[in-house]
Design a protein around this ligand. Structure first.
Ligand code: ADP
Ligand code: MG
Ligand code: MG
Length: 207
């Protein structure tokens, strides 16, 4: 079972991975975007970690989020308010909606998380009007959510493969879609960052 501390550890690991991979994410966003995906997410996840840490320290001032749902909802709100690019509201919505679907349970099973992330991915699709195959983060998120009932490792692998499979696709949503056929041949940066999220989820589950 996964508790609030697990989700805090995951988000800290995700922030570290985003920080480490920020240059690569921004490079992916250069040929088919505006070269800011790494810096956008670095700013956002740094703020997420800072907020989660401050809610541990200042327990008298703030009610610390002490359920998985509350941790994810707070992280999502922080991403929305910190990241100006498209990825901020999209990832923020993913985490908020996932958190809401988990309700106020103190511990959740992997299957509960898979169901909640499904609701989160659906909300991302609704907000951005995209579907799998449009060369967006959903091309990594949806296969990962599909595989999560099998194992965390399977979800991480599906996300990585989903991200790689965006290379031959033509973008139909987001900035990259402005390029039309010229978007073909490049990996989608948001799919690459979604793979990082699921890789760090699997790493967190192993430790
Ligand atoms: P911006 O495009 O505003 O600079 P980012 O560079 O941070 O924002 O994020 C770009 C990523 O956001 C894309 O690679 C894609 O994965 C994702 N994205 C953009 N628009 C959409 C959308 N409508 N639906 C789903 N994902 C999207
Ligand atoms: Mg960008
Ligand atoms: Mg931008």
């Amino acid at each position: 079972m996964l508790d609030a501390a697990f989700f805090r550890r995951w988000l800290a690991a995700a922030a570290a991975a985003v920080d480490r991979e920020a240059d690569r994410l921004t490079e992916l966003d250069s040929p088919i975007g505006d070269a800011d995906h790494g810096s956008n997410l670095r700013r956002g996840f740094t703020a997420v970690v800072a907020t989660l840490e401050s809610t541990l320290e200042n327990t008298l001032e703030k009610e610390p989020p002490d359920t998985p749902g509350a941790v994810l909802s707070l992280a999502g709100r922080q991403l929305i308010s910190t990241v100006g690019g498209a990825s901020g509201p999209l990832y923020g919505t993913l985490l908020r909606r996932t958190g809401r679907a988990l309700g106020d349970a103190p511990r959740v099973a992997r299957g509960d998380l898979a169901d909640a992330l499904r609701a989160g991915a659906d909300a991302v699709a609704q907000l951005g009007g995209a579907a799998p195959g449009d060369k967006t983060m959903l091309d990594a998120l949806v296969p990962a959510v599909d595989a999560l009932p099998s194992s965390f490792a399977a979800a991480a692998e599906a996300a990585v493969q989903g991200a790689l499979a965006t290379v031959p696709l033509q973008a139909r949503k987001g900035r990259a879609s402005y390029l039309g056929e010229r978007s073909i041949g490049h990996q989608d940066p948001g799919a690459a960052s979604s793979a990082l999220l699921f890789e760090t989820l699997a790493e967190t589950a192993e430790t």
